[in-house]
Design a protein around this ligand. Structure first.
Ligand code: FPP
Length: 255
């Protein structure tokens, strides 16, 4: 493995996104290409989280949200769903202590309801144990759906008795599973598709989008750095006109 720091190897990374979201797609096709069962792809995909988390930490990304299991994934064959649930339990058991020692704050985004009680407990324990860690936040979207998240937030807002006029973008953001986290700056999708698939649909309103054909188990630190190089080239305007560079006049254009 190349030991040279990533920022030296990739000098074109001039801006590092604070929060990166990843749709980890392509595990099944990765396995199929090797004549392996789909679950072997999910296992390789799970192992890959560690590699990408390490690279994200080195690059000074502060929040990494990974789409591990969507509300729609319950519709997969029962043995695949069971396999993904087992993987979550295994990975929490195996990795939490090490993540904690390395300053990783684990968060969960999604509905706990619907997940087996023993897994709910494991998730909550890992979240509580690591809640004070500040080096990087690993936000695991599990049993997550963006629309369900908005419904849950609105229900919660109403139960808390907020007046309709008090409902603002900031209030809704605060009530989402991701409350307190900044919006993602960059959404990466592996596996070659160009869809959000109900991932962070509120939060990603102004995120840059990056898609790669690489299957998730093969998405390594070089791929992440390449995504950040592309991000560095993007001109983020948030609906406004481009900011003038030094010595340039502002471009005035209609909406
Ligand atoms: C998509 O691959 C991947 C998922 C269903 C979610 C990603 C899951 C993991 C990385 C493993 C589980 C993670 C944890 C934390 C337990 P796909 O099956 O849709 O691939 P395909 O499009 O090639 O079929």
């Amino acid at each position: 493995m190349n030991k040279q720091p990533l920022r030296e190897r990739f000098p074109n990374i001039t801006r590092v996104p604070h929060h990166v979201g990843i749709v980890m797609d392509g595990n099944g096709r990765w396995a199929q290409a090797r004549g392996l069962p789909r679950l072997a792809g999910h296992k390789a995909g799970t192992d890959n989280i560690r590699r990408v988390l390490q690279a994200a930490t080195e690059l000074d990304i502060k929040v990494l949200t990974i789409y591990a299991f969507s509300t729609e994934n319950w519709g997969r064959p029962p043995e695949e769903v069971a396999g993904l649930m087992n993987l979550l339990g295994e990975v929490i058991r195996r990795e939490t202590r090490d993540l904690h020692a390395n300053g990783v704050c684990i968060r969960h985004s999604g509905r706990l309801e619907g997940i087996a009680p023993h897994l709910q407990r494991q998730i909550q324990e890992a979240v509580t144990l690591t809640s004070e860690n500040r080096r990087i936040t690993l936000n695991v979207a599990f049993n997550y759906g963006g629309r369900a998240e908005i419904i849950d937030a609105l229900r919660h807002i109403m139960r808390d008795g907020h007046a309709p006029e008090a409902v603002t973008e900031a209030l809704i953001s605060q009530y989402l599973y991701t409350g307190g986290l900044p919006d993602p700056d960059l959404i990466v999708r592996t596996g070659g598709e160009y869809r959000l698939s109900n991932f962070l649909i509120w939060q990603a309103a102004y995120a840059e989008y990056y898609a790669t054909p690489t299957f998730w188990p093969d998405f390594d630190e070089v791929e992440l750095a390449t995504a950040l190089e592309e991000y560095s080239r993007r001109d983020r305007r948030f609906g406004k006109v481009p900011q003038p560079g030094p010595g340039q006049a502002a471009i005035v254009s209609p909406q």
